[in-house]
Ligand binder design. Structure first.
Ligand code: ATP
Ligand code: MG
Length: 320
């Protein structure tokens, strides 16, 4: 066991529509996927690290969806024995309307995800922390995220954190967890929402005041990503289109989860930051060619595409 991933498990229902919400709307197509940022990232990391190297910490309800998640995580090589099963509660769900332009409107029902608590997580961590080389915190309840970050840091386990919607709590409430984070990985909108600053530059300055040693990866969709380091060099990475790898673009939803799952897995394997970011970019390009949020590549597939990805992913030093 090398990596612990904690965050949401959702059942994603995509509703394909022409336009968002005219008075009466027709849904053209429905597709269901096992999703949730926690599950997406755990599966992506397990595909790179192999069987039984990723342990998942999250919660499901007592419905059929719960069983589907557990089967799927196990089949992907994720250790599920610590997943909480909450009685008389539904598993988390996401309803994602996709319009003709490919834009999305997401409605999430947290359900069982909200029931993961610090008392339980403390017991689990005490059992397994000595075996861990990293923790990838996605979007568990904020007090759980904070506990995992602080505990792991105190035991020299590397802390990776993609805050997702937890940024809604703002800087003051995220301060303790941020102080214990090694790699913070929000997307650009989340970063600006978190700090309340008007620009990426000012947001990074605000974060540097909280934790100057923290590396920050900013995910920027089709524009690519950036790896910001206050004390070292910062790098920008362009994105690569699936077409450049001979694939078709289908859905970029969940690309961020694949990015952080693969980045973290490669760091656990000892890659440099730049190499891990190139591989994560390549993996998210491959993910964009399927609408399954668990559709990131395994290590063999990633290695097969890496050479051609390198030709399309431009890496340069950059400043903010
Ligand atoms: N339209 C796109 N074309 C090419 N690459 C993309 C595109 N969208 C995302 N990517 C790749 O995936 C990476 C992460 O995606 P993104 O910036 O959308 O993260 P995110 O907002 O956290 O996503 P999500 O939360 O939906 O998983 C990007 O840095 C980029 O490399
Ligand atoms: Mg995201």
């Amino acid at each position: 066991m090398k990596l612990l991933v904690s965050g949401s498990l959702n059942y994603d229902t995509y509703l394909f529509v022409d336009n968002f919400a005219p008075p009466k709307s027709v849904v053209k197509q429905i597709k269901n996927y096992l999703g949730g940022s926690g599950g997406n990232a755990a599966v992506s990391a397990a595909k790179i690290l192999g069987k039984n190297n990723v342990v998942f910490l999250g919660a499901v309800g007592d419905d059929e969806i719960a069983e589907k998640h557990l089967e799927d995580l196990k089949a992907s090589g994720v250790e599920t024995s610590y997943v909480v099963k909450v009685k008389n509660v539904l598993s988390g769900r996401s309803f994602i309307a996709v319009n003709r332009l490919g834009e999305t409107a997401i409605y999430s029902y947290y359900g069982a995800n909200e029931f993961l608590n610090v008392e339980y997580v403390a017991k689990v961590l005490e059992n397994i922390i000595d075996k861990l080389e990293g923790v990838l915190i996605m979007n568990p309840p904020l007090e759980v995220a904070t506990f995992i970050a602080v505990k792991s840091k105190s035991r020299n386990v590397k802390v990776f954190w993609d805050p997702g919607t937890l940024v809604r709590f703002g800087m003051t409430q995220l301060m303790t967890a941020l102080s214990s984070t090694d790699y913070f990985m929000p997307n650009e909108n989340e970063l600006i929402t978190l700090t309340g600053e008007g620009s990426l530059h000012k947001s990074l300055e605000a974060l540097a005041k909280v934790n100057p040693k923290m590396r920050i990866i900013i995910k920027m969709g089709a524009k690519g990503s950036a790896l910001y380091s206050l004390e070292g060099t910062s790098f920008c990475f362009t994105a690569a289109k699936p077409e450049s790898l001979g694939l078709k673009t289908v859905s970029t939803s969940g690309c961020g989860d694949v990015y952080v799952g693969v980045f973290t897995a490669l760091k656990v394997l000892g890659s440099s930051d730049v190499e891990a970011a190139i591989a994560a970019t390549c993996a998210s390009t491959i993910k964009a060619s399927t609408d399954n949020p668990h559709g990131g590549p395994d290590l063999e597939t990633l290695n097969k595409y890496l050479e051609i990805c390198r030709k399309h992913i431009n890496v340069r030093e950059c400043w903010f």
